[in-house]
Design a protein around this ligand. Structure first.
Ligand SMILES: [Zn+2]
Length: 279
């Protein structure tokens, strides 16, 4: 195990790298992480079971999400996202498996992005399965809540929502699926208490099994949905490198490179380095 950042350059020069990215990559875009550097969760997210079982929970979810959406939608790719897209175009990096739901890899021009936890850019009706663009649902919410003040103060939270006063929430009107009339609308993300679709997991395992190395960026690997890829790579003898701040679940047996450094600057330097001296 090494902590030398130059080891990252060697992996990328060898090519065939698969990236696994987490919330730490998007913090420089203004989207906060669930966990601090100590690995402890700072927010308690709503579970899918709560959302679907309870109309009051749906009112709370959509009111908070309505306030947070303009800020979440305004987030732009940071230098880390841009550098990864460059590394893909240069042929050093293959598929990106992301735990993030912000779509910022694609906004930066990356392709072959597997969104392990879905994306907040879409909403799905849990009754009939119809999928809507989030912008469309946002327009419905605005029509249903013409007097609602969505400029409420407060920090944006990792799920794209803002904690607002109960009094505001109680006046919020949720909207219905225009196909079936159900109000069981859910962001098209894997919420806590749900699991990732099996075919997507299989696809990501196949990316990892065919990789020359696995590069973990901005993830503590606290949830098994990401950690299992590190375990698979380690078992197959595929080198695993991690760049993130603070604690990670991966053990030194599983990791050959561990770098604690800001992602934007680190990835930008790596992409520039490879552009100067390809191969
Ligand atoms: Zn429906």
């Amino acid at each position: 195990m090494t902590t030398d950042p130059d080891a990252l350059r060697d992996l990328l020069r060898a090519g065939g790298v698969v990236a696994l990215t987490g919330a730490g990559l998007s913090t420089e875009s203004g989207i906060p992480d669930y966990r601090g550097p100590d690995g402890n969760r700072r927010f308690q997210p709503m579970t899918a079971q709560e959302l679907l079982a309870d109309p009051v929970a749906r009112q709370r979810y959509w009111a908070r999400s309505y306030v947070g959406w303009p800020r979440f939608a305004a987030a732009r790719p940071n230098p880390g996202h841009v550098a990864l897209a460059q590394l893909q175009r240069a042929g050093a990096l293959g598929p990106i498996i992301t735990q993030n739901v912000d779509g910022l890899h694609q906004s930066a021009g990356a392709d072959r992005v597997a969104e392990l936890h879905g994306s907040l850019t879409h909403v799905v009706c849990m009754h009939c399965g119809e999928r809507y663009r989030r912008e469309t649902v946002d327009e419905w919410l605005t029509l249903a809540n013409p007097d609602f003040d969505r400029s409420a103060e407060g920090p944006l939270r990792p799920d794209g929502d803002v904690a607002i006063a109960d009094e505001l929430i109680s006046r919020f009107h949720i909207v219905h699926c225009i196909i079936c009339g159900s109000d069981l609308l859910k962001p098209d993300v894997v919420m806590f208490g749900e699991s990732v679709a099996k075919d997507l997991v299989a696809q990501c395992f196949s990316y990892v099994e065919n990789a020359s190395s696995l590069l973990v960026l901005g993830s503590s690997l606290a949830v098994m949905s990401g950690y299992r890829f590190v375990r698979r790579a380690a078992r197959l003898g595929i080198p695993v490198a991690i760049v993130t701040h603070g604690w990670t679940r991966a053990t030194d047996d599983e990791v050959s490179v561990r770098v604690d450094a800001p992602l934007g600057a680190t990835l930008t330097a790596l992409a520039a380095d490879l552009a100067r001296a390809p191969g």
